[in-house]
Design a protein around this ligand. Structure first.
Ligand SMILES: O=C(O)CCC(=O)C(=O)O
Ligand SMILES: [Fe+2]
Length: 329
């Protein structure tokens, strides 16, 4: 195990371990001999690469990786977190979930915590912000040296905003008759940024870790490649953000193996498709680490809920209450 900055969480066995079995992922792109391409050469070399290309995260982002990101708006890095780290993170979230439930916590630093019924009808954590605040291990993990090239890709002055924006966001999606959240509708993340900064979104990259084996037929992350270069209007109005669910003929299914890391441009349209299977087999988990360049604006216990979340929060809580009632809880 590559030990992330010391310290091991109390439990490392998650309640729902990911599927590590089955086929190995396709080989990562062999970049040897192409690590020193000039930008124009790198663009020419990136053009014929398939959209399913998997890259290796090296000490530096390579010119080819940079060119692929410029062209398509996203990158997939092969299994940046080890199996042990994947399990440790999931087990930590299980522990944090129990802690939040016991404390009856409805929000953390103004960001709502969303609980709803799981496939067994029990209360289940679907989304939380600031997760690393509850786990020293997770806090060290997201700051591990291996992620340094990702930070520098965002900007030389970028920092990990564990206490800014929504902090480290942990998502769980599961499909069941009374699931609170099997999917997430089309949106751009820069739309959310407008609510934080009240300015036109500039380039912004989102960094996600993926904890489950998700094949295209399992639902999962869907991107509209190329939409990162659209103007502000396209960024806002191509679809009805957070409402349109329908598949797009041009969407790309991002296939993941546990431990994969993705980077996507915040201006790009994306969604999470529901797994057509029901029950725990449909479980998908992701974690987004906020890399921030704006002025420091730390959140605290008394921080107000951002406007965009207030609207969602009302809908989600109404939905959760309705589902619980249906289950007689
Ligand atoms: O779960 C994912 O991979 C995507 C989540 C997402 O797009 C979001 O929370 O904005
Ligand atoms: Fe998103």
């Amino acid at each position: 195990m590559s030990e992330p900055a010391g310290g091991v969480p109390q439990a490392t066995a998650p309640r729902h371990p990911p599927d590590f079995g089955g086929a190995e992922p396709p080989a990562v792109l062999d970049e040897s001999g192409r690590l020193a391409l000039a930008p124009a050469e790198a663009l020419a070399a990136a053009l014929p690469l398939p959209l399913s290309t998997r890259f290796r995260l090296r000490p530096e982002i390579t010119p080819l990786q940079q060119a692929f990101l410029t062209l398509h708006g996203f990158l997939v890095f092969d299994r940046v977190a080890s199996r042990e780290e994947v399990c440790a993170t999931l087990a930590e979230i299980d522990r944090v979930e129990a802690e939040l439930l016991a404390a009856g916590k409805q929000s953390v630093n103004g960001v709502p915590v969303w609980f709803g019924p799981d496939p067994d009808g029990n209360e289940y954590l679907y989304r939380m912000g600031f997760s690393s605040e509850f786990s020293p291990w997770l806090s060290r993990f997201v700051r591990d040296a291996r992620f340094e090239p990702v930070r520098r890709l965002i900007g030389e002055d970028a920092r990990i905003g564990e206490r800014e924006k929504d902090g480290v966001v942990f998502n769980r999606y599961v499909n069941a008759p009374a699931s609170l959240r099997p999917n997430l509708a089309w949106h751009t993340d820069s739309l959310r940024d407008i609510f934080y900064n009240w300015k036109v979104p500039g380039p912004m990259l989102n960094v996600g870790l993926h904890f489950d084996r998700v094949r295209p037929q399992d639902g999962g992350l869907r991107l509209l490649p190329g939409t990162h270069t659209q103007g502000v209007l396209g960024s806002l109005f191509r679809k009805i953000p957070f409402l349109t669910q329908r598949a797009d003929p041009n969407e790309l299914a991002v296939e993941t193996w546990p431990g994969d890391l993705t980077v996507h441009d915040g201006r790009m349209w994306h969604r999470v498709d529901a797994n057509p299977v029901q029950g725990w087999a449909s479980l998908r988990r992701s974690m987004y680490v906020p890399y921030v360049m704006d002025a420091v604006l730390e959140k605290h216990a008394a921080s107000p809920t951002p406007l965009y979340l207030r609207v969602f929060d009302t809908i989600i809580r109404w939905r959760a209450a309705r589902l619980r009632k249906r289950l007689g809880k």
